[in-house]
Design a protein around this ligand. Structure first.
Ligand code: ATP
Ligand code: ZN
Ligand code: MG
Length: 486
């Protein structure tokens, strides 16, 4: 094979009227791509309109001349004379090309002719030629990666020119819970081309899971594979260049004294600090308390003022309804998952019959809520105020950015809402935060052992007492039956 070719002279063909005529005859009008003049000079019909750059086929043409010895200049080692015809006759050229190399001896690029010309390629300042990485067109994973990005770029090119895909694609997501919601949200994030998802879970895949938890299969259940491991692996099967990290850990829960482990609290804190979006997707109230507290702590300074940290997103399901909410972040004050509650989270499994331990949800609700949650994050990612965007701050280029969205399947209704934090919240209120900052892990340990101290510390008990005193024995609904968790 010719390893390199170099044009050593190039002149307008118009200077040689006879050669011009015989070259045109050699290829015929609009006919062949290449031919030979009566004098034996090779002629090439180039698709490039002018200059010293030639189309990609020219390289093959030169190789053919070299292999067959056509156009060889007598007495000049490795030199060939060829004619190049173009659309505009004044752009026609007659070239002398020097070629070197054969397959056996010229494998090393250092053997390349100095300043070598390669057909169809443009010379670079200071180097031989522009080079291109062909690997990306040969590796299926790389092809998939750019095809995914192309899908998103099409949104930008065709419909929303101001879209900045990197604002969502570059985010790091932490999935706290890799069950029904974790799987659905991850699938939707892959659709946006998100490359970094960390899956956390303490459970294994059960037989009932695969039909609703879209990253698992029956064989995962047979093997009782850890959910975080199986979810990450299956997500990578869908998108090979996903960085799918795995954390097998039980989140400590109020009312579950044995769930408290110092190293798990530390790990959780570290994970929250390393991610941009923290998704609360477990299936009990109490498992969401610690991560909600840690995010609140990361987004609020000691004076109760906002500082930017990760965005917390909570998704919770009822039989035919859901809520998607974003928590406070920086200057944006919003209700957290516990702001609506009038009791502290406790062990929700204990003393429940089996049918009460499994929640009963219409299958479509999880997919619907997951899609809404991901699209809300996508919209926030495009807003100039990002995680601090409040609904009043105006729309993002993808539309509204409500603090909370409730969905009702029975009448196919979505209700966007603006929210405020609750002063006596058992999770994000100032007094809870102050106590946590003062007592640190001691406070957490006490809460895991005795969840009722949350009602005391937050001032919720005092508030309930005041209400009782004012209007008699008020029955407060301790549990939102509408929004049981999956
Ligand atoms: P189903 O409810 O259909 O029986 P499931 O309970 O296995 O399924 P989901 O309810 O869909 O799964 O998802 C909740 C996920 O949250 C589960 O995978 C569960 O293991 C995980 N989870 C719950 N509590 C914790 C916790 N404290 N720490 C870590 N992961 C948790
Ligand atoms: Zn709150
Ligand atoms: Mg469950």
């Amino acid at each position: 094979m010719v390893y390199a070719s170099q044009v050593i002279s190039s002149a307008p063909l118009a200077d040689d009227a006879a050669l011009q005529k015989s070259a045109e005859q050699a290829v015929g009008k609009g006919g062949a791509k290449a031919g030979l003049t009566a004098e034996g000079i090779p002629v090439y019909r180039d698709s490039i309109s002018g200059g010293e750059v030639y189309d990609a086929g020219f390289r093959n043409f030169l190789t053919m001349c070299w292999l067959q010895g056509k156009g060889k200049v007598e007495g000049e080692e490795g030199q060939y004379k060829v004619v190049v015809l173009r659309q505009e006759a004044e752009q026609n050229r007659v070239l002398t090309v020097k070629m070197a190399g054969d397959g056996a001896s010229m494998k090393d690029k250092s053997d390349c002719l100095d300043g070598a010309f390669q057909a169809g390629w443009v010379k670079n300042e200071g180097s031989v030629v522009h080079s291109t990485q062909l690997a990306q067109w040969l590796d299926p994973a790389a092809i998939a990666s750019s095809a995914v990005d192309l899908n998103i770029k099409l949104i930008k090119w065709r419909l929303v020119p101001e879209l900045v895909p990197e604002n969502i694609q570059g985010l790091k997501f932490l999935m706290l819970g890799s069950g029904t919601l974790g799987c659905s949200i991850a699938r939707n994030l892959l659709g946006w081309g998100v490359r970094h998802i960390t899956f956390l879970d303490s459970g294994v895949v059960n037989y009932s899971n695969p039909v609703r938890q879209s990253l698992f299969t029956h064989s995962d259940a047979k093997l009782k594979r850890p959910k975080a491991v199986a979810a990450a692996e299956r997500a990578r099967d869908v998108m090979p260049d996903l960085q799918g990290d795995v954390v097998e850990l039980e989140i400590p829960m109020p009312g579950h004294p044995h769930s408290y482990k110092q190293e798990n609290v530390d790990r959780l804190k570290q994970l929250i600090a390393e991610h941009d979006v923290v998704c609360m997707l477990t299936d009990s109230r109490e498992s969401r308390w610690l991560p909600s507290l840690l995010v609140a702590e990361a987004t609020m300074d000691s004076k109760g003022k906002g500082k930017t940290g990760p965005l917390a997103v909570t998704v919770a399901l009822g039989f035919d309804s859901f809520v998607v909410m974003t928590h406070s972040c920086g200057s944006a004050k919003r209700a957290c998952y516990f702001c609506n509650d009038v009791s502290a989270p406790t062990d929700s499994i204990k003393e429940r019959t089996l049918d009460k331990q499994c929640t009963v949800v219409r299958p479509g609700v999880s997919g619907w809520s997951a899609a809404v949650a991901v699209e809300l994050v996508a919209s926030l990612s495009q807003h100039p105020d990002r995680w601090e965007a409040k609904p009043k701050a105006g729309e993002s280029i993808l539309g509204e950015v409500p603090d909370q969205i409730r969905g009702y399947l029975s009448n196919y209704r979505l209700a966007p809402m603006e929210t405020e934090p609750f002063a006596h919240c058992v999770c994000c209120s100032q007094s809870i935060m102050e106590t946590y900052r003062r007592d640190g892990n001691d406070f957490l340990k006490r809460v895991m052992e005795n969840n009722s101290i949350l009602e005391e510390v937050s001032g919720l008990n005092g508030m309930k007492q005041k209400v009782d005193d004012a209007i008699g024995d008020l029955e407060l609904d301790e549990e939102d039956e509408d929004l049981c968790l999956l």
